[in-house]
Design a protein around this ligand. Sequence first.
Ligand SMILES: *Cc1c(COP(=O)(O)O)cnc(C)c1O
Length: 409
Amino acid sequence: MTADPATPLPSHRQQPDAKGFFGPFGGAMIPPQLQQQMDEITHAYHRICRSHDFIRELRSIREHFQGRPTPVYYCKNLSQEIDGARLYLKREDLNHTGAHKLNHCMGEALLAKFLGKKKLIAETGAGQHGVALATAGAYFGLPVEIHMGAVDIAKQHPNVLRMKILGAKVVPVTFGAQTLKEAVDSAFQAYLVDPVSSIYCIGSVVGPHPFPLMVREFQRVVGIEARAQFQAMTGELPDNVVACVGGGSNAMGIFTAFLDDPVRLHGVEPLGRGPTLGDHAATLTYGTEGVMHGFNSIMLKDAKGEPAPVHSVASGLDYPSVGPEHAYLSRSGRTITGTATDEETVKAFFRLSRSEGIIPALESAHAVAYALKLAKERPDESILVNLSGRGDKDIDYVMENYAALADET
Ligand SMILES: *Cc1c(COP(=O)(O)O)cnc(C)c1O
């Protein structure tokens, strides 16, 4: 199944099928009592997302609370410096709370309100999803419980404080590697205790059906805006669209609008310290098919076939699987999978900060690092990067660990 990466797949509009499959990937491999809940959420979602009340309220929230539309920005200085491709950013870092995650959190919380749910439960990695959901909980007056690995709690202290200030309960997860994968396990356990009055608000296009579908639909506003904005600015479509891929929500958000276009779509995975298992989280690059957290996808496994330990300088990309639609689009050849190492990422973090006055999240800096490499290969083309979040949360970590790289850029 390999196609020219710029060729649309004829069938993607029908994806996923009624059972949540994107080709062989996706589905819902979950306990029977949860299946009933998922079916209910699926039916309710399909009904509610078409209702005028829901659409009107979500649009109003996006405009008046989130600050949408976010701009597309031409990086004049950086494009000049690299003397090659033209670089553009979709400024999701300018969303209220500083990342694209509020797009799906406000949607999920609004859905929870329409469903009459009494509590929002979620996991968080870098803390961005936790902060975004805590924000949504405050907005709608719904209690929020966030599960977070103890390692990430130590690394992302300001986001932990933000969640507490916003009134959310933060549950530290102290088993396993104490990062994102364990946080998902822990949040699922909490949700299973009372799946009727609570709802699990997944933080990316992962998990059992219908979450990969719902989160993609709530994020697709990014691509719809970016496509129109880019055309208004330049009179054409971008040659390349680049986004970092953890679970894959910001990437699906922007890719979805370009699937039918002759545009190369690049998903960038964290190569961390290098290609040895345990040193990276480059799932599509090194992984194989498998089931985790209730869905079939590509995942990184250890010798026993269990989810492997992963590493990335960006906590939000530290996940040993990937959204099923990404697995499908990458294996079918519609998207290109690239990587950026920790070091390339931190250099890009400083470079964008100094050239353009924009401090990117370490997650987003992966996409910038890859775009800088792509710019050398394709000097005549345009590259639109989804700048998924801002880097305020990362400044202490970067300066404590990588201050030496600041002057190398
Ligand atoms: C969480 C996060 C990501 C990774 O999540 P996706 O679902 O892959 O988008 C990327 N960028 C930022 C800023 C994040 O907070």
